[in-house]
Design a protein around this ligand. Structure first.
Ligand code: ADP
Ligand code: MG
Length: 248
């Protein structure tokens, strides 16, 4: 196992994988869309450690399991590579309006889903410079009527779906939303997702997506208990592990 340990950053690579794990020094990266680089530079000084480590791995199309505490910039760590790959035509084309998102992020609560959706919306704006309708972002959560979410899916389509598992399951089971085109799945705050009992919903949703290998999967968590480890083993394909700081 290749192993990298510097500044409290640990990266584990599965046996036999040949991959460059050098953390990025800045926002410049060959595969990134230029507009997104400029957007990040205008907003931030430099990448956070989880971003610097996860970006090259994700851009090399590896599954990534990232463990880093709250507030460490995980949202940008998974959202920016997706939009860059999409822009550069490295994913199947999104045809709209379309009820088959290519990007699905699952989060344990509505508030977290909304925060992710906000970051994604800002990135899409920066990427498309106001061009309407590309990469529509939709936040899908429970506790409100389904009508507006259904209507958005049908009328505008959705490329980036940011969801709580329960409502996503409802919309998938009633066949409003289809998961057969998912190319990039994010399980965010996996430890809390498990604590809140979402495992069955997550499992049944993943069963409707393309298999690991045809789909890239990133999982993030603030802690690393055995239950989260088991989840990674089950749903990720030879994941790279990135741990920032001391984790249990
Ligand atoms: P996490 O998901 O790890 O809890 P978030 O993605 O919600 O963290 O980001 C936490 C905060 O850090 C947000 O306000 C975000 O704008 C900010 N942030 C993200 N990337 C950077 C960066 N490279 N430099 C400084 N701040 C950043
Ligand atoms: Mg987060």
């Amino acid at each position: 196992k290749a192993y990298f340990d510097q500044h409290n950053i640990k990266v584990h690579i599965p046996e036999g994988k040949d991959i460059d794990i050098t953390p990025l020094a800045g926002f410049h990266f060959q595969g990134f869309a230029k507009r997104l680089i400029r957007y990040c530079q205008s907003k931030f000084e430099s990448p956070t450690p989880i971003q610097a480590c996860a970006w090259p791995l994700i851009m090399q199309r590896s599954d990534v399991c990232g463990i880093a505490k709250t507030g460490s910039g995980k949202t940008l760590a998974f959202a920016l590579p997706y939009l860059s790959m999409s822009r550069l035509g490295q994913l199947d084309v999104f045809e709209q309006p379309c009820a088959s998102p290519r990007f699905v992020a699952m989060a344990p609560t509505r508030e977290l889903a909304m925060q992710i959706a906000e970051v994604c919306t800002d990135l899409v704006k920066a990427l498309t410079a106001g061009e309407e309708g590309l990469y529509p972002v939709l936040c899908i959560y429970g506790g409100v009527p389904k009508r507006d979410q259904r209507q958005a899916i049908i009328q505008t389509g959705v490329d980036m779906a940011i969801c709580t598992p329960g409502r996503l399951q409802d919309l998938v089971e009633e066949e409003t939303l289809d998961l057969s085109s998912v190319q990039y799945l994010v399980l965010d705050e996996a430890d809390r997702m498990l604590d809140l009992g979402f495992i069955d919903a997550v499992q049944s949703l993943i069963a409707r997506m393309p298999k690991a290998g045809k789909r890239q999967t990133c999982m993030f968590s603030a802690t690393w208990p055995a239950t989260v480890h088991a989840l990674a083993t089950k749903f990720l394909n030879e994941p790279m592990h990135v741990g920032i700081g001391s984790v249990d």
